[in-house]
Ligand binder design. Structure first.
Ligand code: SAM
Length: 235
């Protein structure tokens, strides 16, 4: 997959996405990540990319023309252009799955007070990563690109690593434990030590259901999750 980010601050994206699994996905060619800086598409001496808002108010607004030119540089036929904005539709796992099927994503990262509204129609999609306001779209781009990259086939070495995950089937995932079996007096649940795959799958389903109804009752779709667990129990 190819991803380009239109950003004034490429380092805010490049740095975090050079580490760990996404960093490896980049070096192994699963993800090609590029940057285009609107500042490189200005014509004045000061390379101006922002200006005061019409009608007054605090902060600066990113000007349309440098953004337009930067976008034009990377957009191709079939690209999916995403404007990151707190006013967008809420990014979730289902959206990550959909985006992971695309060949080319382009993220427009706003900064300061945001972008000139006339840029909005250039995007195919407006996404928010949550109901809070960030200083810029760059951390949002990092979150979305990370969530999408791990869904690209081959990025996670175990092909079933995303099966039965939180949100995958409308349930939060059951808790995990690793060695030692007793840590500071706290024991790992018996079912997980039993070696009985059916019992383990049943325990995980019950835990996932209990956790979801306690923490996120809005998510629960238990029927679908059962199928996933039944599949896991066969192995
Ligand atoms: N003045 C804007 C408002 O009240 O809606 C907020 C602008 S914010 C300080 C600057 C930029 O950060 C936005 O243009 C957007 O690109 C990005 N941003 C902030 N919060 C975001 C969020 N929750 N999800 C996605 N992008 C966000």
């Amino acid at each position: 997959m190819r991803v380009d980010a239109v950003t004034l601050f490429p380092g805010m994206i490049d740095g975090p996405l050079s580490e760990s699994i996404v960093g490896r996905a980049r070096s192994e060619g699963f993800l090609e990540l590029g940057f285009v800086n609107p500042r490189d598409f200005t014509e004045d001496r000061h390379r101006t990319v922002d200006d005061k808002p019409y009608g007054g108010g605090t902060g600066m607004v990113m000007m349309a023309e440098p953004l337009y030119r930067a976008l034009k540089k990377v957009r191709k036929r079939g690209s999916c252009v995403i404007l990151l904005t707190p006013k967008g539709s809420k990014f979730d796992q289902a959206a990550a799955v959909e985006l992971s099927k695309k060949k080319h994503l382009v993220f427009i990262c706003g900064h300061y007070e945001g972008v000139d509204e006339r840029v909005t129609p250039l995007a195919d999609l407006q996404l928010s990563i949550g109901d809070y306001v960030l200083t810029g779209g760059e951390p949002a781009a990092v979150a979305v690109i990370d969530a999408v990259t791990r869904l690209i086939p081959g990025v996670l070495r175990k092909s079933d690593a995303t099966v039965n995950e939180t949100f995958g089937d409308g349930l939060l995932e059951a808790p995990h434990y690793t060695r030692p079996a007793v840590w500071r007096g706290k024991k790992v649940p018996e079912a997980l030590l039993s070696g009985n795959h059916r019992l383990i799958a049943q325990w995980r389903l019950e835990q996932a259901q209990a956790l979801t109804s306690a923490e996120r009752p809005d998510l629960a779709k238990p029927a679908k999750k059962k199928a996933g667990v039944a599949k896991a129990a066969k192995h």
